[in-house]
Write a protein that binds this ligand. Structure first.
Ligand code: NAP
Length: 297
């Protein structure tokens, strides 16, 4: 049975469930955004918060095999661990090594990563990149500087490489982690990949895309890129900060003061959520409804 018929069959008989597996989950913006989408399409599903410890993870994930569950989103710290609990994992999620969306179908669990394409859709929405004839997004005119080498950065690195950035430079406090990620990306990407742990060595180039995938800035403290280094780059530099709470980090403030364009991570949250919604339901996500809910929280 395909996903659409599962939704159609169940909507006539019972209430469906989908939720966020993580620890912590209380801060998440996903419930209002996803609930608005389900309500708009008349799908009687509830998007719930499933606070889940590491010890409870296996039981939580296997419970999704019951027919009333559409699936789940997964967040910190379980994105890597759930991969091994899936019946099938999408090739992109396998390469990234992280699953953020679980889809339940006929008693089987399928793992996907929508963070990576979500970032590309977000960048495109902000005018960065071009859509190719085959529908994929190309960033071949851009040099990408990726700050971080954790879970979110891994998705970003594979997404940027898949969008054929001209060069990828991974900057991370832990150099070994950056080198490891660079080596993994390099296996399927023809362009040059560099890894650094000190942003002092960054050399400015045109059409640069700076993406913050570190957690630095979440608590209003510091910036992952000192202002004097950011100042080396042209005003056509685009800065994307995956952090969306606070809505304006120190990095974004500095970029804007320097005349660069800078955007927070809400658009990525929107697009990863819309892709997940379609995977669960087989229906196009009501993007405008989700956007309006998210941007008015
Ligand atoms: P993670 O796996 O814990 O990775 C954290 C990263 O931040 C690592 O690269 C770490 O470097 C770096 N870092 C942490 N503290 C640092 C410090 N004091 N100085 C320098 N570097 C530091 O976390 P994640 O899942 O990748 O998430 C990263 C950020 O992305 C979070 O703010 C998260 O909210 C955001 N995010 C947003 C979206 C969205 O939809 N907008 C989606 C996913 C994630 P080391 O390797 O050296 O420890």
């Amino acid at each position: 049975m395909n996903k659409e018929s599962v939704v159609q069959t169940l909507t006539t008989t019972s209430s469906l469930h989908v939720g966020l597996i993580g620890d912590p989950v209380a801060h998440s913006y996903s419930p209002p955004m996803q609930q608005a989408a389900f309500d708009t399409l008349g799908i009687p599903a509830r998007y719930e918060l499933w606070q889940t410890s590491t010890e409870a993870l296996i039981e939580r994930v296997r419970s999704l095999c019951s027919e009333e569950y559409l699936g789940a989103n997964v967040t910190i710290p379980h994105k890597e661990a759930v991969l091994a609990l899936m019946d099938e994992v999408d090739p992109l999620a396998t390469r990234i090594g992280a699953v953020n969306t679980i889809v339940h179908q006929d008693g089987y669990l399928h793992g996907y990563n929508t963070d990576a394409p979500g970032l590309l859709y977000a960048l495109h929405e902000h005018g960065v990149g071009t859509v190719q004839k085959n529908g994929t997004i190309s960033l071949k005119e851009h040099t990408a500087i990726l700050l971080g080498a954790g879970g979110a950065a891994r998705g970003a690195a594979f997404a940027l490489a898949g969008a054929h950035v001209a060069r990828l430079i991974i900057v991370n406090r832990n150099l070994e982690r950056a080198q490891l990620l660079a080596a993994e990306v390099q296996q399927t990407y023809n362009g040059p990949v560099f890894s650094l742990n000190d942003p002092q060595f960054l050399v400015p180039s045109r059409a640069t895309l700076i993406i913050n995938a570190t957690s630095v800035g979440m608590h209003g403290e510091h910036t992952p890129l000192p202002a004097e280094i950011l100042a080396r780059f042209d005003s056509d530099t685009f800065v994307y900060d995956m952090i969306y709470n606070p809505t304006q980090t120190q990095l974004l403030c500095q970029a804007l003061i320097m005349g660069m364009r800078g955007v927070n991570g809400l658009s990525m949250l929107l697009h990863q959520g819309a892709l997940a919604f379609t995977l669960w339901t087989g229906k196009p996500a009501p993007l405008d409804v989700m956007r309006s809910k998210l941007f008015n929280l």
